[in-house]
Design a protein around this ligand. Structure first.
Ligand code: NAP
Length: 388
């Protein structure tokens, strides 16, 4: 069943680089939008840049529960694009629960995603609504692919996710969230429970499917670590990112060794200084640079019976894709046929295969290789070599 009336989407953080892309994507589809955020003047500038009458404005700071509730009530779903989410997530999600509207967000912060599952799930179910945190480039394609690769082989011994990005010009918001993500408080999923992410081997290389090939990787505090165990039975989940994705090639080999030092530094007041220094950086990549970014997410699964499987998903334009995914996700949640309730991983909220298939026109492609072995054989395509 499909809705006959177009829902209204409240975009919180509509003044940011990503929020503006999300609002423009929704308006481009004829979806009524409420531009929400803390700064009236900046919200008005965003509204003035859209076709006349396409968007309304709602001013609501995070410490004003009544204003937040009033803003969120104006739609059927709220798309939170304001980060870092460890600061913005709780009040916006609480308002969504009070208003009984669905919630999704652009977070890349593992901590916040875990919090939606562990702190907010009961209230979400009580209100009869759903929340999908991490419904953007990070970590929707990876989580959907992990389901397609891992679920047919479950129970799994291990599921591994590896990211590789070329031309990733980060926005100020992404850099601020990275300060929250990289302080070493992330978790690993080991033997069915959370372990310190920092206890994992520091250096490893991953052989990505061609044309990327072998890359030095660092531990990545990714959302899949907390998402995948919710929909694939597995004893372990780990995530890595090629070091050239995040630092210049000259520093790429040294990054794994420097990661523990970086984590310690980010637990001191230096973090606040870095946060303020980000204010002086450009807001984000210009449009041509943004569109030129290319990304690859590779997944391998090892079943307890020794079978292995792998898959890969690729595409362009991290921030443009995020706008596309948040718009698609908001409309899917607002559809009367949507039956999900509580805090959900992307693969629980959205059908993995049809959602990835539906991104073909954006240039997103994926493959899932058939399972192999059964006697402990490992996939050659994306074998992780730890401890090198
Ligand atoms: N997972 C992914 O793939 C993905 C993709 C894109 C973005 N993101 C995440 O989305 C977030 C936003 O990114 P961005 O590029 O849009 O950053 P940005 O350009 O710096 O925008 C940040 C937005 O958050 C708002 N905000 C920040 N702190 C706030 C607070 N205390 N109260 C109310 N509003 C607040 C800002 O409002 P003002 O204008 O009033 O300052 C602005 O609208 C980041 O956390 C980023 O990591 C993730």
């Amino acid at each position: 069943m499909t809705s006959t009336t177009t829902p209204t989407v409240v975009v919180y953080g509509a003044t940011g680089y990503t929020g503006r892309l999300v609002a423009a994507e929704l308006v481009g589809r004829g979806v009524p939008v409420v531009l929400a955020g803390r700064n009236a003047e900046r919200l008005r500038i965003v509204a003035d840049g859209l076709p006349t009458g396409a968007a309304e404005v709602a001013v609501a700071s995070l410490d004003d529960d009544a204003a937040l509730l009033g803003a969120v009530r104006r739609g059927q779903v709220v798309a939170n694009c304001a980060g870092p989410f460890v600061r913005t997530g709780d009040p916006v999600l609480r308002a969504a629960i009070a208003a009984r509207v669905h919630y999704l967000d652009t977070t890349g912060e593992q901590d916040w995603i875990r919090r939606t599952f562990e702190v907010h799930d009961t209230a979400l179910r009580g209100a009869g609504v759903a929340a999908v945190a991490g419904a953007a480039f990070d970590y929707l394609p990876g989580d959907l692919l992990a389901h397609l690769v891992g679920a047919p082989l479950a129970p799994l011994e291990r599921l591994s996710v590896a990211y590789h990005v070329v031309g990733f010009g980060m926005t100020r918001g992404t850099q601020r969230s990275a300060l929250e993500m990289l302080d070493g408080r992330d978790v690993a999923y080991e033997e069915g429970r959370w372990a310190s992410g920092g206890d994992r081997p520091r250096r490893a290389s991953v052989v990505f499917p061609a044309p990327v090939g072998r890359q030095t990787v660092a531990r990545y505090p990714a959302g899949e670590v907390v998402m995948v165990p919710r929909h694939v039975e597995t004893r372990r989940v780990d995530a890595r990112i090629s070091t050239v994705s995040v630092v210049p090639p000259v520093a790429a080999r040294a990054l794994p060794a420097l990661q523990p030092l970086l984590e310690r530094i980010l637990r001191t007041p230096v973090k606040g200084l870095l946060d303020r220094a980000i204010d002086r950086l450009p807001e984000g990549p210009p449009e041509d640079e943004r569109r030129a970014a290319r990304w690859t997410v590779a997944v391998t699964a090892e079943a307890v019976d020794g079978r292995t499987a792998s898959g890969v998903v690729r595409g362009p334009d991290i921030y443009g894709l995020t706008a596309r995914l948040i718009a698609d996700g908001a409309l899917a949640l607002a559809d009367p046929s949507f039956a999900g309730r509580g805090a959900l991983a992307p693969a629980q909220a959205f059908d993995p295969a049809s959602t990835l298939d539906g991104l073909a026109d954006f240039g997103v492609t994926y493959t899932v290789d058939p399972p192999r072995g059964g006697s402990g054989a490992r996939s050659a395509a994306t074998r992780t070599e730890a401890g090198r």
